[in-house]
Structures are given as structure tokens and as C-alpha cells.
Design a protein around this ligand. Structure first.
Ligand code: NAP
Length: 306
């Protein structure tokens, strides 16, 4: 049976939950489709120290609080994966793993997925030593050396976290410079368990049943050397989770969803919020702010059109 809502929010991370809080407070009947559990990638973050007002909070704590707040405001939350969204009769039909939903407006707040390296072994060893989440998998590499690949905020933040478990963390990055914030660079440099392997690329990930080593090429000399590791944590960027949206929704290079100054996409009534959007800063605070604006703007859109 098809269920009907004023607004369906796709994604239960900080953007989606904030959107649902604002839209439900504005009196809309709101459903949030969450791929797994509330919080999205935020839930997999250990300590968060840059969310204003909360000098030290964990991703799990913030996720729980947002989840509770969304329910308190009257939003409905369901564990469900959106498969297809299409415009119909002035609104939208969303096909999902839990059935079909109709709504007058929708918000894409579906975040990103982690990219992998294109080298031999990278796909083969996913779940067997290749991981995208330090919080989830650090326990499996206790007292072993591991590699953290990348030079962004995720790589340096997660490398620091990994040192709580691993005996040593090699940060392998393709350039000499990092795009990560200075504070994270300074913290990683001060950590004696972190060794930087810079201007270096991984040619292959090898092992028998599980990861045993990476073959690392020095980009300046061309020399290739093996480094023994029990795990490879990939932080080489992310791509938007937006395959369920119609192909003609305007996207920027890389597939990020383009929005106007009201966070509306090129499809009237469809808004986008958080990391999935073409934006210059991907943080929890920008995701929650996006969510609030998308929720309110969706409400105003419905007032005018329905
Ligand atoms: P990111 O900022 O896009 O960084 C990806 C890193 O992977 C870059 O250093 C990039 O190298 C490297 N890389 C990309 N493709 C590669 C390849 N084929 N081979 C080798 N290296 C490759 O991604 P992110 O660190 O996951 O962060 C995503 C977003 O979330 C960012 O906006 C970030 O600010 C935000 N974030 C914020 C926090 C925080 O504020 N505490 C924490 C985590 C994430 P180059 O530098 O050479 O391009």
C-alpha cells in the first residue's frame, strides 16, 4: 500500500534529521528514510570537537540526540533505502526497500559513499583488511601496523584515532602537502605512532586471505617497496549518493546535486541538503544548517503549491 506524506526526507544524517525537525515543527507530516540507523557518517565518528556548543561530543551521542529530537517533533523514521524518486501529479513517488511513498515535496539528504583506490587488491580485500571506517574496524588491527590512505580531514583524523589500537599508522598520501585542516595536521605530526609516507602511491594491496602488505611507489624516485600492514584504511574522498534521483536533476562535476539559494534543485519541490549537495564545506554544522533551511523552504513551497 502506498503511504502519503507532505514531505519525505531521504537520509537520516545530520542534514536529514535537522530537515525533519524543522519541517515537522512547521506542521508537516514528515517521513525520513534512513539507510541504516540515525546519524549517517556522523555516527561513525569518534570524538567531535568542532560542532559549536559541544566542545567534546561523540558522533553516537549527537546522532542519538538528533534522532530523539526528530521523533519528539513528530517525524516518522524508517530504516529504508530509496531506490527511485520520480515526479508525478505535482509531487513525487519514491520507491524504496520498504515500499512506495508519495509526497508533495522531497529532500535529498543522502550524503556520500567512500571511494576506493583503483589498484589491484583494493576491491578484493574489502572486509578482509581494507576498511573505510576506523571506528568500526580499528579493533581488528590491535597491536598491528596499518596504513591510512589520503591527505584530507578524514585521513588525518582517523589516523589519529587508529593509533589507539594499532602499533603504528603509516599515512600514505600522494602529495607532499595535505588538504586537511592545520589543527588536524599538527595533531597527527605530534603523534609518535604516525609515520608519513608522502609523494607515494599504493601500487597493490597483497595478502593471502587477509591484507598482509601494501606495495608503495615513491613518486619522486619510482622506487617500489613493500610495507607490512594488517589493514588499509581508505580515506581517498567520497562521491554523492544520488543514483536514485532522476538523471535530469542538475549536477555539478563529480555528480554533486546543484541547488539554488533556497536549496531547491532544478526539479521544483525537490530540495537537497548536506554532503550530497554541491557545496564548499562539508561539516556537521553545515549539514544541520542545510537541513533547517531545506525543511523550512520545503514547507513554504508546499504552502504555495498544495
Ligand atoms: P577529501 O577532503 O576529498 O580528501 C581526499 C584525500 O584523498 C585527498 O587528500 C586526496 O589527495 C586523496 N585522494 C583522492 N583520490 C586519490 C587517489 N586516487 N589516490 C590517492 N589519493 C587520493 O575527503 P575526506 O577527507 O573524506 O573529507 C570529505 C569531506 O568531509 C571534506 O569536505 C572534509 O572537510 C569533511 N570532513 C571534515 C572533518 C572535520 O571537520 N573534522 C572530518 C572528516 C571529513 P589530494 O589532496 O592530492 O587531492
Amino acid at each position: 500500500m502506498t503511504k502519503t506524506y507532505d514531505l519525505v526526507v531521504i537520509g537520516g544524517g545530520p542534514a536529514g534529521l535537522s530537515a525533519s525537525i524543522y519541517a515537522a515543527r512547521a506542521g508537516l507530516k514528515v517521513l525520513v528514510l534512513e539507510q541504516t540507523i540515525s546519524g549517517g557518517q556522523m555516527r561513525l565518528t569518534g570524538t567531535i570537537d568542532n560542532y559549536p556548543g559541544f566542545p567534546e561530543v561523540t558522533g553516537a551521542e549527537l546522532s542519538e540526540a538528533l534522532h530523539r529530537q526528530a521523533l519528539q517533533q513528530g517525524a516518522e523514521l524508517v530504516a529504508s533505502v530509496a531506490r527511485k524518486l520520480r515526479p508525478e501529479d505535482g509531487g513525487f513517488v519514491i520507491e524504496s526497500s520498504t515500499g512506495t511513498y508519495r509526497c508533495g515535496a522531497a529532500i535529498a539528504a543522502s550524503g556520500t559513499f567512500h571511494r576506493n583506490l583503483p589498484c589491484p587488491g583494493a576491491e578484493e580485500f574489502v572486509g578482509k583488511g581494507v576498511s573505510f571506517c576506523a571506528l568500526c574496524d580499528a579493533g581488528f588491527v590491535r597491536d598491528e601496523a596499518v596504513a591510512a590512505v589520503g591527505g584530507g580531514n578524514s585521513a588525518l583524523e582517523e589516523a589519529d584515532f587508529l593509533t589507539k589500537y594499532a602499533s603504528k599508522v603509516y599515512v600514505i598520501h600522494r602529495r607532499d602537502e595535505f588538504r586537511a585542516e592545520k589543527a588536524l595536521q599538527d595533531r597527527a605530526r605530534a603523534n609518535p605512532k604516525i609515520e608519513f609516507v608522502l609523494s607515494a602511491e599504493i601500487d597493490a594491496i597483497e595478502g593471502s586471505d587477509i591484507v598482509e602488505r601494501v606495495l608503495v611507489r615513491d613518486k619522486k624516485t619510482g622506487e617500489v617497496k613493500p610495507i607490512s600492514v594488517g589493514g588499509v584504511f581508505m580515506f581517498v574522498g567520497s562521491s554523492p549518493n544520488a543514483d536514485y534521483l532522476p538523471h535530469d536533476v542538475l549536477r555539478s562535476q563529480g555528480g554533486w546535486i546543484a541547488t539554488d539559494d533556497k536549496l531547491q534543485t532544478s526539479l521544483p519541490g525537490l530540495f537537497a541538503a548536506g554532503d550530497v549537495r554541491d557545496t564548499d564545506l562539508r561539516q556537521i554544522v553545515t549539514a544541520t544548517a542545510d537541513g533547517a533551511r531545506a525543511g523550512m523552504n520545503a514547507s513554504k513551497y508546499l504552502e504555495k503549491t498544495h
